[in-house]
Design a protein around this ligand. Structure first.
Ligand SMILES: Nc1ncnc2c1ncn2[C@@H]1O[C@H](COP(=O)(O)OP(=O)(O)OP(=O)(O)O)[C@@H](O)[C@H]1O
Length: 598
């Protein structure tokens, strides 16, 4: 984001370029080994033929026999080594592709990553990553597998040019079969992978909504919904197998035909004395190897699948990420927040317009408005989870886009309605974040979030793994708050972060946080009038526009403002401080800044 109020574009990610990976070495090793195995396969018939001729003519075949045996052993060893290196190459590429796609996803502007459902992401990071990871080794194997028939053709020409011509005449048919297979299967593979991911997405949605489904008794309908794409998957799978089968069957007919033709020509040449028995043996073997072009169908299939899968992982890898500046904030600033000429558009509609909003340092500002008014968008812009399309957001006078990533994340904290805390212990989950936090600070943050009592009751208190701990929505939310408090910078953005708490707990948390020495400027998305009443000022959003910035008490005089909280136009309903446990205002003086008041 630039500092001029122009339309902003998120920049390309800086966390890895799509072209990099484990490099070409593993692939080259597979290629070298496969080529060596191919060379052994090509030399073998010559040596075997020569050995046979010497044995038939009572010649000294000892050295040739030993060479044949050595070639046999060599072939077995090389095949084994190739398999080992192929596995290694595939594993390295898969891990690299997967971690880059994951990194792209995690660094992306959150709202750009949101359209990818968990099921879709899981498919891309598992099935698609391993298909894409198998492609480099398949490419090396394909190159080597084409070398064997080519070498066999050359060797065939050396032994007998007429048999070589006979085999060569049949090869174009095999190449055409392969090309058609690669083309046709490519179309089906992409569609197949998309449907796989659709099923995974539906399944995850169902698991997330398991309680709703059980309560509504819609299990059968849900099962039908999850499995609905199966019919298409089956059709696409059958088509791919049909294409594969067709390629193999055509190859299966062409290869024996070629071998029989080559053997027939070789037989005639033997009859005319142009070939020895050993040479006929070599010729037959070479004809088989030369027809091995047909066997490349499986590798071509793996390559086509790998390419389609790579497109899907690269999409995640290349998700646009925010760019960061090089500045830090001057120490000791109060955390004054300012929005100037901010505009956010989504799908051609303006979802946020904030001409001028200022929250003085150390105060609490409640963001209120009806559902869809733009509260979360404002919270995201204020903490730079997204950049505005126009305008500037400043913290203590410095535009957020000029700050380094580490400064931004250390100085601006977030707490959400549904925090993601992972499966670590309670203490580790709270300590994880941009700052290094001591065990004492973790305990203090847990106390501030009013979570101490229930954490102490857990089987291993602070050391209880979250994965083993069924927590209520409110308890989980309080741990999310504790994490935000533990890493408090000069601005804390709370987007519905206390929605699962009862009003008494919410108030206790708020009071504790205000008294804390780490108290920061707070921007709180609020739905309850009590929260707005306790805030120092209120940013009132109406249909994406900042309608006013004032105290709750003054705004309450407007019927439209009261209506945000569901009170009746005539003013009958909750008082400005209703649902406040103590009915008192917070201890700070409200400082007013006019927003865009129509
Ligand atoms: N990425 C997006 N693409 C399209 N529209 C969006 C996007 N993000 C937000 N919006 C739209 O912007 C508007 C404001 O959304 P926002 O989530 O800020 O509302 P809100 O006031 O927080 O609502 P609620 O109280 O229901 O959470 C909504 O109409 C929403 O559909």
């Amino acid at each position: 984001m630039g500092t001029t109020p122009d339309r902003r574009q998120p920049t390309r990610p800086t966390h890895g370029s799509p072209g990099t990976g484990p490099g070409r070495v593993p692939e080259l090793l597979v290629l070298v080994c496969s080529v060596a195995a191919a060379a052994v396969a090509v030399v073998q018939p010559l040596v075997l033929g020569r050995t046979l001729d010497l044995l038939l003519h009572d010649g000294a075949a000892g050295r040739w026999l030993a060479a044949s045996a050595a070639l046999l052993v060599g072939e077995v060893l090389l095949d084994g080594l190739t398999a080992l290196l192929t596995g290694r190459c595939t594993a390295d590429w898969t891990a690299s592709i997967r971690s880059r796609a994951l990194s792209g996803l995690l660094h992306a502007v959150p709202e750009l990553a949101r359209p990818y459902s968990p099921g879709d992401v899981a498919t891309r990071l598992t099935l698609n990553a391993s298909d894409a990871g198998a492609a480099p080794a398949a490419r090396a194997a394909l190159a080597a597998s084409l070398l064997t028939p080519s070498g066999a053709l050359v060797a065939l020409a050396v032994v007998d040019v007429w048999v070589a011509v006979c085999v060569l005449a049949g090869l174009p048919a095999l190449v055409l079969v392969l090309r058609a297979f690669a083309r046709d299967t490519g179309v089906s593979v992409g569609a197949y992978q998309r449907v796989q991911s659709d099923i995974a997405s539906r399944l995850l949605e169902t698991m997330e909504g398991a309680e709703t489904i059980a309560a509504a008794g819609t299990a059968a309908r849900e099962r039908e919904r999850v499995l609905r794409p199966l019919a298409e998957l089956g059709t696409l799978g059958a088509r791919m197998w049909k294409l594969h089968g067709k390629a193999l069957a055509t190859g299966g007919v062409l290869v024996p035909l070629l071998t029989v033709a080559a053997t027939a020509v070789g037989g005639l040449r033997l009859g005319s004395g142009a070939l020895s028995v050993g040479e006929l043996l070599a010729v037959c073997r070479y004809a088989q190897l030369a027809a091995g072009f047909g066997g490349a169908a499986t590798l071509v299939g793996a390559l086509v699948r790998g390419r389609a899968a790579r497109e899907r992982t690269t999409t995640l890898e290349r998700l646009p990420a925010l760019s960061y500046g090089t500045r830090s904030l001057p120490p000791g600033g109060p955390g004054a927040l300012e929005l100037r000429g901010v505009r956010v558009q989504r799908e051609g509609t303006e979802v946020l317009r904030a001409d001028h909003v200022a929250v003085p340092g150390g105060l609490t500002a409640a963001v209120v408005g009806r559902s869809g008014a733009g509260k979360s968008v404002l919270a995201a812009v204020a903490g730079r989870l997204i950049d505005p399309d126009q305008g500037q957001v400043l913290l203590d006078g410095t535009p957020l886009d000029l700050l380094t990533r580490s400064c931004l994340r250390a100085e601006v904290g977030f707490a959400f309605a549904r925090p993601v805390l992972g499966d670590r212990t309670v203490a580790e989950a709270v300590a994880a974040g941009p700052r290094t936090v001591s065990p004492h600070q973790v305990q203090e943050a847990i106390r501030l979030a009013d979570a101490e009592a229930f954490v102490r009751r857990l089987p291993r208190a602070y050391d209880t793994p979250l994965a083993d701990t069924p927590l209520s929505g409110g308890e989980y939310q309080r741990l999310g708050l504790a994490r935000a408090f533990a890493h408090a910078g000069r601005l804390l953005v709370m987007d519905d972060a206390t929605s699962s708490l009862d009003t008494a707990t919410e108030h206790a948390v708020e009071q504790a946080q205000r008294r804390s020495p780490q108290a920061a400027t707070r921007l709180v998305v609020a739905h309850r009038p009590s929260v707005a009443a306790r805030a120092d000022l209120v940013i009132w959003l109406d249909d994406g526009r900042v309608r006013a910035v004032d105290t709750h008490r003054r705004l309450w005089e407007e019927a439209a403002y009261r209506a945000v909280f569901g009170t009746r136009e005539n003013g009958v309903g909750p008082s400005p401080t209703e649902d406040r446990p103590d009915g008192r205002r917070g201890g700070r003086t409200a400082v007013l800044r006019e927003g865009t008041r129509p």
